[in-house]
Design a protein. Structure first.
Lengths: 557, 121
């Protein structure tokens, strides 16, 4: 039997992880300096040793602190420097330039990782410090670098739009200059004209940079040439920022899937711990429950993707328990897997008839348990996402957002924390649809959804409330801070331009913000935000208004 | 058990100590092989040494060899960012070589349990 790390140990590891992430910028600075030294004097064995050790430490320490991506980059550097150490002086002199280039790219990736690690490691309900509010004015995701090269692409206009979506761009006049820069410091993506495609055809073997092509040509040979040069996307001019961002997001953003949530019910704590450990080892989030009678509360609170339960328990049998659960409409689709040493097929079949999705016989090999759980949990995820989300924007739909608000208010009350509810409405959206057509209107909705997702924290809840109405639940910030955060987003949104046929237009939105505990119930907070939104519209649109405290007149924005 | 932890990376040392202390051991941290030699020369009350492999100056392996040649008799566990299989069986007398990875808690405590067994039995 394996031992489970105690809560105290987990807490300590968590703190060490924060400390490490804090320290990373300094480590990376040192490594950068050592790299420069190495480039200047490749024969210095000491520099090489120090650098090798630094990367080696990154690899080891990050791995044991549960930061596998940082560790992987550490491994890349370690291998690279290990090879360099193995060379004799003459070979090293010639190899060092390329190696330093690769190391710079590796450090660059680490630089990006350290920011995303800091975001990922931050406690979910981290308070909004002054700095965090200021940072929210900037895109929350790491900025990704894009190179442009096209005589017709107005780099500055497109660039300004891309920067709202978290991209930094550099514009090049000719493809050769860009190629040299791509080799020296690979960006996250390249957007270029098909005219330079030939030049990039041989690049793919050296640097893996996604290339998006823009062209005025629609003929097959040109498209084929673009594919041969490794083109990930092909746009016919004129291009809009939104289609470029869509393609850039697809090729540059690596989204970490959320871990599966599994609830284990087993009256034998050792068995439950053992299975929990196996599933946690596979990266899942597990909660254990010894007392089957508490299952409904636990299901509501933990919201698992799957339930794993023992077939025979003293208080009630697995069959009885699954019937209880299946009688509640919202748990009808929750997968239930029975675990038992029962090998009798008949008993297994009768368990399936009361709504179990699977039957696993103990002792089960760890990898079988992981597969059985992962396959079913994934399916629930997909189904749930289809039910919960708005198909156009991918945001939560009205019903789901309302449920989240109930839960969020209950949590805020219990934890004595603050919460703001925000309602946004696109200004004169009907005119957009009427003037430019529905596809143009959809473009606007998708752009606002994307901007909200990028700018708010992952712990904040965002939904499409109705046709052109959006809503968000923001944790742990005052109403003034919330107004500031949303107002920054409003300003950036109104700077975006959209294109319908040959016409360029832009859009604005108005918003209302209400806070808990001033408005303690879902009904009250929604109404207050709605009234504030109405007040903002009355005052002339394109502004964000805070709700007045209950019983007072609306505050003037 | 009282264990000497040797690691030049303070956070890594803290991490190792956290795992050991959670397993009921007492951990004393030093930053280098030289410091480890000094400490062991004056303080004989250790039950094992857990050392990082890759350190400036004296490496973990050199520290182990010196202690072995000096007949310290202390069980020695080496922590390494590399594949521990590389060293397995290569160094007579090395109690264990443990990879610094996400399973560190488990592999390290298993190694400690193995070291502890003969003494307890």
């Amino acid at each position: 039997m394996k031992s489970t790390p105690s809560p105290v140990l987990r807490e300590r590891i968590m703190r060490l992880r924060y400390a490490y992430i804090d320290k990373l910028p300094r480590i990376l600075d040192e490594v950068k300096r050592a790299c420069e030294q190495l480039a200047a004097s490749p024969q210095e064995a000491d520099t090489l040793d120090t650098l090798h050790r630094s990367f080696h430490n990154l690899k080891g320490t990050a791995a044991s602190l549960g930061l596998p991506e940082i560790s992987a980059e550490g491994a890349v550097g370690t291998d690279l420097l290990g090879r360099l150490k193995g060379l004799d002086a003459a070979e090293r002199r010639s190899a060092v330039t390329a190696a330093v280039g690769e190391l710079a790219a590796c450090i660059e990736r680490l630089d990006n990782l350290k920011d995303s690690a800091a975001i990922a490691a931050a406690p979910v309900t981290a308070p909004w410090s002054e700095a965090a509010v200021a940072a929210a004015a900037e895109p929350a995701v790491q900025r990704r670098v894009v190179f442009f090269c096209d005589k017709d692409l107005d780099g500055s206009a497109l660039g300004a739009q891309l920067s709202c979506f978290g991209y930094t761009f550099s514009s090049f006049i000719n493809a050769e200059a860009m190629k040299a820069e791509v080799l020296a410091a690979p960006p996250d993506a390249v957007v270029m004209s098909t005219a330079g495609a030939k030049l990039f055809a041989d690049l793919r073997s050296t640097v893996a940079v996604p290339i998006l092509f823009v062209s005025e040509r629609t003929d097959f040979p040109t498209r084929l040439e673009a594919i041969k040069a490794g083109g990930e996307a092909y746009f016919v001019k004129p291009v809009t920022a939104h289609e470029v961002v869509d393609a850039l997001d697809a090729v540059t953003v690596r989204r970490e899937p959320e871990p599966f949530r599994v609830l284990i019910i087993d009256d034998e704590p050792e068995m439950g711990d053992y299975h929990a450990l196996i599933l946690e080892g596979a990266g899942m989030m597990v909660r254990r429950l010894d007392d089957a009678t508490r299952v409904l509360e636990e299901l509501n609170e933990f919201q698992p993707d799957l339930l794993l339960m023992d077939m025979y328990m003293p208080s009630c049998s697995g069959r009885e328990l699954s019937r209880v659960i299946r009688q509640i409409p919202k748990f009808v689709s929750l997968p239930i897997i029975f675990l038992s040493s029962e090998t009798d097929r008949l008993v297994q079949v009768s368990a399936m008839r009361v709504g179990a999705d699977g039957f696993l016989t103990k002792p089960i090999p760890p990898e079988d348990l992981v597969t059985a759980v992962a396959v079913r949990a994934e399916r629930t995820r997909v189904l749930r996402a289809l039910m919960m989300r708005d198909s156009l924007t991918g945001l939560l739909n009205h019903t789901t957002l309302a449920q989240f608000l109930d839960t969020a208010l209950a949590n805020a009350l219990r934890q004595d924390s603050r919460l703001c509810f925000v309602m946004l409405d696109l200004d004169e959206f009907k005119k957009v649809n009427d003037t430019y057509g529905h596809p143009a209107g959809d473009q606007v909705l998708v752009a606002l959804a994307r901007l909200l997702k990028q700018r708010l924290r992952t712990s904040d809840v965002i939904g499409r409330y109705g046709g052109e109405e959006f809503a968000a639940i923001l944790w742990n910030l005052s109403i003034d801070e919330a107004v500031r955060v949303i107002d920054h987003i409003r300003r950036d949104f109104s700077a975006l331009t959209f294109k319908a046929d040959e016409t360029v237009f832009s859009c604005s939105f108005s918003g209302g913000v209400a806070a808990f505990p001033e408005h303690p119930t879902a009904e009250a907070i929604v109404q207050a935000a709605d009234r504030a939104l109405y007040a903002a519209k009355e005052k002339g649109r394109g502004r964000i208004a805070p709700a007045a405290a209950a019983g007072q007149a609306e505050a003037r924005p | 058990m009282r264990i000497l932890v040797v690691d030049d990376d303070a956070l890594a040392a803290e991490m190792t100590a956290a795992v050991l202390e959670d397993g009921g051991c007492e951990a004393v941290i030093v930053e280098s092989g030289d410091q480890a030699m000094e400490t062991l020369a004056t303080d004989r009350d250790f039950d094992a040494v857990v050392s990082d492999m890759n350190m400036p100056g004296m490496s973990g392996l050199e520290l182990f060899r010196r202690l072995r040649d000096g007949k310290s008799g202390l069980p020695f566990i080496l922590l390494s960012g590399d594949d521990p299989e590389q060293l397995r069986g290569q160094e007579p007398g090395l109690a264990a070589c443990v990879a610094k990875d996400a399973e560190l808690e488990e592999t390290l405590m298993t190694a400690i349990a193995e070291v502890r067994l003969p003494a307890a039995g």
